[in-house]
Ligand binder design. Structure first.
Ligand SMILES: [Cu+2]
Length: 166
């Protein structure tokens, strides 16, 4: 009997993990900043950002040639003046930066390569609480490393497996 349970576990575990990751993906949107052009000079990021409603858990992807640009998550004062010395929360410079919007707050982004922010490489986004339908417990903790979110069918399958093994 026990060996049957183990076999079932080995079969169902990968399936439930796949379902879990699919559930996570469906819950959050990924946005390529600037659309096809990505994060470059001359794009209108105010217009780009105003097309969408962002909510907690969404991810901004900044795509650019590493070294030509960067992404600074800054304070409102730094954003308005394009002066990063007034407050930087976080810096990204990999060229393929994934920024998860973890808090329901206004985020301010600039490129800190000299002149680029003043030239328009800046935008802010007002992040709304996660869409209703997700139980509050499933929302990521503010600034935390993100506790695993057991949701959807994958979580259900894992619970079933644990009950069977228990
Ligand atoms: Cu730049």
């Amino acid at each position: 009997m026990a060996s049957h349970h183990h076999l079932l576990f080995l079969l169902l575990l990968p399936i439930s993990l796949i379902l879990l990751s699919a559930g996570r993906r469906a819950a959050c949107e990924e946005y390529r900043v600037g659309g096809e052009d990505g994060w470059i000079n001359g794009n209108n990021y105010l217009r780009w950002s105003q097309q969408f409603n962002f909510s907690v858990g969404d991810v901004l992807v900044f795509s650019y040639v590493k070294g030509q640009h960067n992404v600074f998550d800054v304070t409102e004062a730094a954003f308005r003046s394009c002066n990063a010395e007034l407050g930087v929360n976080k810096r990204y410079e990999s060229g393929d930066d994934r920024v998860e919007l973890r808090r329901a707050a206004t985020y301010f982004f600039i490129c800190n390569t000299p002149g680029h922010c003043l030239g328009g490489m800046k935008f802010s986004v007002s992040v709304q609480p996660a869409a209703s339908g997700n139980p509050p417990a499933a929302e990521p903790a503010p600034e935390g490393n993100g506790a695993p979110r057991w949701r959807g069918l994958g979580g259900f399958v894992i619970v079933m497996i644990m009950m069977m093994l228990g």
